[in-house]
Design a protein. Sequence first.
Length: 170
Amino acid sequence: MSTLKTHLQKMDNQYQEVEKQLYAAKRRVDEQESNELYDLQDRLEQYTRKNSLEIHGVPENAYTSTEEVALKLAEVLQVPINPVDIEISHKLNRKENKPTTVKFVSHKTKTSLYKARVNLRNIKLPNFFPGTHSTESKDRISVYESLTSYRKKIVNEATKMRRDGELLKV
């Protein structure tokens, strides 16, 4: 009887140990699946933004339509863009100066405008919209890729690291 009790106790201990291992393995699988699904969703969402740009720094009272912002920007940067090259444009819902997002019909059109953004360094807001006076000392226009919130967070952290001297370039 005592041999049976000892054997039963060993089996019970082994069962509990295997149960703990199974629980830990299930938890790892769940976390891995969750991370993979989140990554796949982020990739898909970013792919839908492939042809989109965000234009920051243009006051809302400077234009009548969001499409006008993209066309005016292209004109100043000397990039040939027509209204038919723009699929859709709208303001982003932000508290402060609302940026404009523009989705182009073609990735090539978007890329040509995005590459020309480096010429914005020397151009101020009144060059885009004459008669517009910005109250800010930083009256520059900025053009960014349209990124998912997850990727924006990564870029912001990398930018902070660059400012702190930990990275050379973002």
